[in-house]
Design a protein around this ligand. Structure first.
Ligand SMILES: Nc1ncnc2c1ncn2[C@@H]1O[C@H](COP(=O)(O)OP(=O)(O)OP(=O)(O)O)[C@@H](O)[C@H]1O
Length: 278
């Protein structure tokens, strides 16, 4: 369960107001998409959710508690341009986060702990379609494959909140489409809250359960930095029945994979048994 609340949040750099009066209450397991003109402050909103920037006024609450002042592993991020460790393999890149979190001095697990992590990383790489590329280096991957690796790298930390900053912006239309499907499925399977920035309106309404537009409602031509941007529109992008049918489909897919794989994948008790017939 993850809720996010912005309470009268402002962000200013010296005399320059970037964001003002941002109020937002996000339910558990929303897929929020932020749209708006270039330079308006969308990435700044994401950076505040990561604690890479702090609000100059107001506060942000996650699950009712003030957001941690430093970035934490329960908030993952994927950017448009993926930055990886070029000297690490695909598998090595996915294993890095948990190793630095669990062994901060050496950055490396050994023995059974390492084998368990390797298994978990391989399962995730299988999920994002990269298992057969596990021993390759990032330079040998296409743009879409690199973004799938970025997703695996974020997901291995089991984030409660996943932040996506134009993650598909550099991809060709075909790859983009398959990434939309993958992200939609991962969102359901992992029950995360996702906050994504995009410039692409169809993408926003395809993926989001809620879409907000950020812009400057007040403008001073003499002093453009005097006023900041805020939420100017807020759309419920998917009605509850559509969302619930997606949950239903995701559960069915999990059950199908469990049957094919011949091993047990935790499946919620809900509607799945009845569906296994088809
Ligand atoms: N550290 C900083 N110091 C001063 N100004 C900053 C800083 N970080 C961001 N800004 C300014 O804040 C404004 C909002 O930037 P931000 O990157 O959030 O916009 P954006 O909506 O994500 O833009 P784009 O769509 O082009 O990526 C910009 O005018 C930027 O120059």
């Amino acid at each position: 369960m993850t809720t996010i609340v912005f309470e009268n949040v402002w962000k200013e750099y010296d005399d320059r107001v970037v964001l003002e009066r941002v109020n937002l209450a996000l339910d558990d397991h929303e897929f929020l998409v932020i749209i708006g003109p270039s330079g308006v402050g969308k990435t700044t909103l994401l950076r505040m959710l990561l604690s890479q920037e702090l609000p100059t006024r107001g506060r942000i609450l996650i699950d009712g508690e003030p957001i941690a002042a430093e970035p934490t592993a329960d908030r993952g991020v994927v950017f448009q341009r993926y930055s990886v460790f070029p000297h690490k393999t695909v598998l090595g890149n996915v294993m890095m986060g948990p190793q630095w979190a669990g062994a901060p001095v050496l950055g490396r697990f050994f023995g059974a702990r390492r084998r368990a992590l390797e298994e978990r990383a391989m399962a995730l790489l299988t999920r994002v379609g990269l298992a057969e590329h596990a021993e390759k280096y990032p330079a040998q991957l296409s743009g879409g494959m690199q973004q799938r690796l970025a997703l695996a790298q974020a997901l291995i930390m089991k984030p409660k909140v996943l932040l996506l900053d134009e993650p598909f912006g550099a991809l060709d239309p075909g790859t983009r489409k398959s990434m939309h499907e993958l992200v939609g499925e991962l969102w359901e399977e992992n029950r995360m809250t996702i906050v994504m920035v995009t410039h692409d309106l169809p993408e926003a309404f395809l993926l989001g359960t809620r879409v907000i537009a950020v812009d400057k409602p007040r403008k001073d031509p003499q002093a453009p930095e005097r006023f900041g941007a805020t939420i100017v529109s807020d759309f419920e992008a998917k009605c509850r029945s559509v969302r619930e049918s997606r949950v239903f489909e995701a559960e069915r897919e999990k059950a199908r994979l469990a049957l094919i794989g011949g091993h047990s994948v935790p499946v919620d008790a809900s509607p799945v048994p009845a569906l296994m017939k088809d």
